[in-house]
Design a binder for this molecule. Structure first.
Ligand SMILES: [Zn+2]
Length: 129
């Protein structure tokens, strides 16, 4: 499934960032998802649960922020949010000289982590024999 590999790489990226930040657990991941990203939100949420199992992200929330499709028109300069699947003509002047400004996003906006106090995790791997 397409969404599973996306969830997988998302989890990998977040786990790495969390480790670098010294976090033991990830509480929530905020994702910006463009209308044109080609990702099924429901499928991604389902795959996220699967992909996070056994990782520091297990049990965390995936919070998806929908990013609408926005185009600018090279002909008249109008900037418009438009529905997907209706073509890319400028709603202001009808010309097709438009450029996509946003709507393809699939990016991590922020991560909420839980950092345990150093005392609680200290010396776990260095227990004297
Ligand atoms: Zn226009």
């Amino acid at each position: 499934m397409h969404e599973l590999s996306i969830a997988q790489s998302l989890v990998d990226a977040v786990a790495e960032a969390a480790t670098q930040a010294g976090a033991q657990r990830v509480a929530a991941v905020h994702l910006r998802l463009g209308a044109l990203a080609g990702v099924e939100k429901e499928a991604l949420l389902f795959c996220y649960d699967v992909a996070t199992r056994g990782t520091p992200l297990e049990g965390s929330a995936l919070i998806i922020e929908d990013v609408p499709l926005v185009i600018t028109c090279e002909a008249c300069g109008a900037r418009s949010a438009i529905p997907i699947n209706r073509g890319f003509a400028c709603p202001a002047c009808g010309k097709l000289h438009t450029r996509i400004v946003q709507g393809k996003e699939l990016e991590i906006a922020s991560i909420e982590v839980e950092v345990e106090t150093p005392e609680e995790v200290a010396d776990v791997e260095d227990t004297p024999a």
